[in-house]
Unconditional design. Structure first.
Length: 440
């Protein structure tokens, strides 16, 4: 007998109701380090003050970093009102910290030539890799960026010598089916034990922080603040990385607030997100690249206020892998189109043999409002495996379930899963959990 689309796209859904405690987990999902709140540097090797006379600070900034001893900081202090540091690309050194005092602003130059690899930065082509990042950590050990100052990527300012901004170039690439050559704000490659503390990242031209092959990174009380329509401006993207903690941070941006990825460079594991607040953006994502495998992710204490998707795992047959041992606990969502969006067919037209498998996913004490609740496995052989325990949404929220094996815990599920009777649990909001994006 055929089933209509209103019967949830011909889903194959097996629901197992558990009494008592949930089945034991396969391991502790979190950063393996003992992570506590960082502090400001004790030793300062150089103190620089912004000046109205200085229009270009790259050389003095880079010289200060180069001559700084490991364990010390280059401290940037605001000079006269309205002054700031303006710089081209900077390369960080092992053990050296960049410390931005309150009111200090480090602005990325808008001149594409400063970031150029081979004459393509600030243009469109079919590759999109023609720019160096503004700040690069490559193979470094220790150090980071701290302080209550601002790093301004100037993504909304016209590129020097051009009529377009970086963001307008990115939007034109979308309409012309090409790729933009635009610098990332911060790139961290094959580095160890990097710390970001209290700093604000503002208006990045592209990704704010992208990581590849990182072992140990802490983001604590970091603020990322970029408009909702700034294309491809992900907040923090751990890729092929391990032991990463993002805690007590505030993120609003034009793409994924956080995107945990694992491409061909290797697995991403042991990730903790603790007590964070997300605003506009595309939500907390895993994927879309998961071919390297993503596992051991702990999300505890998160609000998602106005993100298009909320909790999101996305991949497809062209880039899929195993996503496992992921725990979401004490999460509040509102004003989301898809509060839960776990989809193995992110690109419905994708072809390939890298079939995504999402398994051992747990949602516990997850509370939201209206929207689509998507649980979509790939096929009957590659089902999505998930446990729902205390998952409560508004009565008009809509389950969309396909090829999913669902277990439920004592906290129940509301609205009822398809084919199941409504439980006694009442819809509960998250009053008292919402906070405004902090001012500077």
């Amino acid at each position: 007998m055929s089933r209509s689309r209103s019967d949830l796209l011909g889903f194959v859904c097996r629901v197992l109701v558990l009494s008592g405690l949930l089945a034991s987990t396969s391991g502790l999902a979190q950063d393996r380090r003992h992570v506590s709140e960082p502090g400001l540097p004790v030793s300062v090797c150089a103190t620089l003050t912004s000046s109205a006379q200085s229009k270009e600070d790259t050389q003095r900034l880079q010289d200060s970093i180069n001559h700084c001893q490991p364990g010390s900081a280059v401290r940037l202090i605001a000079g006269a009102p309205g002054t700031r540091f303006v710089s081209g690309p900077l390369i960080m050194k092992s053990g050296v910290t960049l410390w931005l005092d309150r009111d200090a602003v480090l602005a990325a130059t808008t001149d594409p030539r400063a970031y150029d690899n081979d004459g393509r930065c600030g243009t469109l082509d079919d590759k999109g890799n023609g720019c160096r990042p503004f700040i690069l950590f490559k193979g470094t050990q220790g150090g980071g960026i701290v302080g209550e100052g601002v790093i301004d990527g100037q993504g909304g300012q016209a590129m020097f010598g051009h009529s377009e901004t970086w963001w307008q170039l990115a939007r034109r690439a979308q309409t012309e089916s090409s790729k933009q050559n635009i610098p990332r704000l911060i790139q961290i490659d094959h580095a160890h034990d990097i710390t970001f503390y209290k700093v604000t990242l503002h208006n990045s031209p592209n990704f704010h922080v992208a990581m590849n092959g990182v072992q140990g990174a802490t983001f604590w009380d970091v603020r990322i603040d970029t408009p909702a329509d700034a294309r491809n401006t992900d907040g923090i993207d751990p890729g092929a990385s391990q032991d990463v903690t993002i805690a007590h941070s505030f993120i609003r941006t034009g793409d994924d607030n956080v995107a945990i990825k694992a491409g061909s460079g290797g697995a991403t594991r042991y990730i903790s997100l603790i007590d964070n607040h997300f605003y506009w953006g595309h939500g907390l994502s895993i994927g879309s690249e998961t071919v390297g495998g993503v596992s051991d992710v702990r999300v505890q204490g998160l609000t998602l206020d106005g993100t298009t998707s909320g909790l999101r795992i996305k991949s497809d047959a062209s880039r899929g892998g195993v996503v496992s041992n992921v725990r979401y606990e004490h999460v509040c969502l509102r004003n989301n189109r898809r509060p839960i969006d776990f989809d193995t067919r992110y690109d419905a037209k994708a072809q390939g043999s890298e079939i995504p498998v999402f398994r051992d996913i747990v949602l516990r004490d997850v509370i939201g409002a209206s929207g689509d609740l998507v649980l979509r496995g790939y096929d009957d052989t590659h089902q999505l495996g998930i446990t729902l325990d205390g998952v409560r949404f508004a009565p008009d929220a809509r389950w969309q379930i396909e090829f999913a094996r669902i277990e439920t815990g004592p906290g129940g599920v509301r609205p009822a899963l398809p084919g199941k009777s409504q439980g006694s649990e009442e819809f509960a909001g998250c009053a008292g959990n919402w906070v405004s994006f902090p001012g500077r």
